[in-house]
Design a protein around this ligand. Sequence first.
Ligand code: PMP
Length: 356
Amino acid sequence: MSETSPKLRAELEGIPTYKPGKPAAAGGPVAYKLSSNENPYPPLPGVMETVTAAAGSFNRYPDMACTALMNELSERFGVPLSHLSTGTGSVGVAQQLIQATSGPGDEVIYAWRSFEAYPIITQISGATSVQVPLTSGDVHDLDAMAEAITDRTRLIFVCNPNNPTGTVVRRAELERFLDRVPGDVLVVLDEAYREFIRDPEVPDGVEFYRDRPNVCVLRTFSKAYGLAGLRVGFAIAHEPVAAALRKTAVPFGVSQLAQEAAIASLRAEDELFGRVGSLVCERTRVVDGLRAQGWTVPETQANFVWLRLGERTVAFAEACEQAGVVIRPFPGEGVRVTVGETEANDIFLKVAEGFR
Ligand code: PMP
């Protein structure tokens, strides 16, 4: 085989690498991982049992159509099967969405800073990122995003709550924004942290999808449902968007273990959402604690908090690591810290106090 062509090599080298949250080093000073917005609770015993039983048949391919999971999702969200598609994590579905809609010459709009994967998956498809700065209060500037729409715009991400700031877009402003978006531009409401929202003014994206064929809702089992390691997410959208997603899915991309665990988790929502409630209480404690120390913290509706530290960002992350928690620094800007175990949150609060 010939060597990789210089053009392909240059294109590949130009694509930034996705940087996952740092792991907590085994045997090192770091005991807690607050860097990837994961659920700190271990899998529920019932979910473990289901997964263990499914493991007995992993010599077989999974059900490619995710039939049982799709049926469960259809019932749970009150949407027809034809409006659903599952994928390898919601980031996998987001990548499919861009590939299905956008290519060279097309534009993808999203707020910045927002989810790290957006610029990468946009570049992979050959489309151009149009990044619209967050307001000074770290919230989406939906007016500026609407003004950024051109004839080349194919897709817009609205990350609600936004990663890494935790800030939200409320019903009235989202409605006003959607009214300004042309019908042939797809708006993806990325609701990875939906279950942690307590502000009643934040809409469930599914409300907007119902009468708007250009709205697609992205959800995941990685956060509130605690299945990050199993990689399963899904989209709710009208035809032809959902059909395009089903066609472009990686064949057998969602393992049988993931499918079974997702079904078991949907059936154990009461217990899982009880855990979410505890994390929301912890979130309030952490935010109040930071504010009592004198920090300005944006109102977060997700399972993480955003602390602006500017030039002190890296030093702060290092201090946390020394103290036993690994967090997510965005050098020069700030840190994103997952709300985790009580002890881990306490360590973070103590380090924050030392930086006042
Ligand atoms: N969207 C947002 C806003 C996220 O923060 C994440 C995970 N960090 C994802 C999507 C992807 O999650 P997953 O692929 O695990 O479903």
